[in-house]
Design a protein around this ligand. Structure first.
Ligand SMILES: [Zn+2]
Length: 368
């Protein structure tokens, strides 16, 4: 009957399902949609049907892939596309470059981690001046600080050596201990005798004492017990030397001054080389002679006052027979077995309130 006739839909359903199913709205609840009989058909036909419903955006219906892992499948497909386009050569080149960079990085980091071996013995020379029990200042450490330094050196395996040890080492006459260190005390203050000498003796350590011979003369003539300015007498100098604690060295006879005269033993501007040679030779010779006469030992080392080194002084010092000289240039010495390496040696000042451990750690960084 015509009344009951149902017209054929313009687009026939793919699986023979009624056309009304195609009318399911976009906003339909997913749970409801999934639970309907519509999804009871085979998955392949379902996908075809959904494509017809939403040809541009089938994913909006949250279609679950039939089988397999989607990211892996995508990656595999992408790789195959690249391979087909022969971009695999580009990939291989990139991989090779990555490997080379990684290996190069490892090689560089390995090289950095292996420190360069110093060409010679590493010999720090520490510079002290006054050692006191009160009225400390930058160049006046406390007796307790010196004792603490010596205890730390012992714990760290350092061995105190003298200039004579260094000279014999450069001549190939002896070896240095594994961790040699030189402790120097400048000027010859009485407080060195009173406070440094007993502590050094207690720890069994040696040190270098560079004296200003005129001051020793003056305080021998007029003894003074003031620990803030007095210097040792010749008797005291002999005592610390004979005890095997201090090695006495030359710090000029009377050129340890700054003011209207020259600054230390530096050459004056406009002074002739002859005049400078005469002044320096006479002063240092007088000091040498007095020390030799008073102690029986001739100094081997000249210690520049204030670390003021004139280049003109170097041949003069050598000609006088000195085998080493101490400056105030900051740093750590690396000494080959070469006698020339002992001239203008670097030193590190140990200041009040800065431990030797800290002082040395900072100075050793200059070697890297
Ligand atoms: Zn000095």
């Amino acid at each position: 009957m015509r009344f009951f006739h149902r017209t054929k839909p313009k687009s026939a359903p793919i699986s023979g399902r009624p056309a009304r199913i195609l009318a399911k709205p976009d906003g339909m609840k997913r749970r409801k949609f999934q639970n309907s009989n519509f999804f009871s058909t085979p998955q392949r036909k379902c996908r075809q049907l959904l494509t017809l419903m939403h040809p541009a955006k089938p994913h909006m219906l949250n279609v679950v892939p039939p089988t397999g892992n989607r990211p892996i499948r995508k990656a595999g497909a992408a790789f195959m596309r690249l391979f087909q386009k022969k971009t695999w050569m580009v990939l291989l080149t990139g991989l090779a470059a990555f490997c080379l960079c990684t290996l190069g990085g490892y090689a560089l980091s390995y090289k950095k981690s292996v420190p360069a071996q110093p060409r010679g013995a590493v010999v720090p020379i520490i510079m002290y001046h006054e050692v006191k029990t009160s009225k400390f200042h930058k160049l006046a450490v406390s007796q307790a600080e010196l004792a603490s330094d010596l205890a730390w050196l012992r714990r760290e395996g350092y061995t105190t050596v003298t200039m004579q040890n260094l000279i014999r080492y450069t001549h190939g006459e002896e070896d240095l201990p594994p961790k040699p260190i030189v402790l120097t005390f400048d000027d010859g203050y009485l407080n060195n005798y009173a406070y440094a000498f007993p502590v050094l003796k207690q720890y069994g350590d040696k040190a270098v004492l560079s004296i200003i011979a005129k001051n020793t003369d003056d305080f021998t003539r007029v003894p003074d017990q003031n620990m803030n300015y007095a210097h040792m007498t010749w008797n005291q100098v002999r005592e610390v030397q004979d005890a095997g604690v201090f090695e006495i060295q030359n710090h000029t006879y009377d050129l340890h001054a700054m003011g209207k005269k020259r600054f230390g033993c530096k050459k004056l501007p406009g002074e002739s080389l002859e005049a400078y040679t005469r002044v320096l030779t006479e002063d240092l010779t007088r000091c040498q002679d007095e020390i030799t006469a008073q102690t029986g030992a001739t100094p081997t080392t000249f210690t520049y006052p204030y670390g003021n080194v004139s280049k003109e002084s170097l041949p003069i010092i050598r000609a006088m027979g000195f085998q080493a000289s101490l400056s105030c240039d900051y740093g750590i010495n690396v000494l080959p077995r070469d006698t020339e390496s002992l001239f203008v040696l670097k030193r590190v000042s140990r200041f009040h309130n800065v431990s030797l451990q800290k002082t040395l750690a900072k100075a050793l960084k200059t070697l890297k």
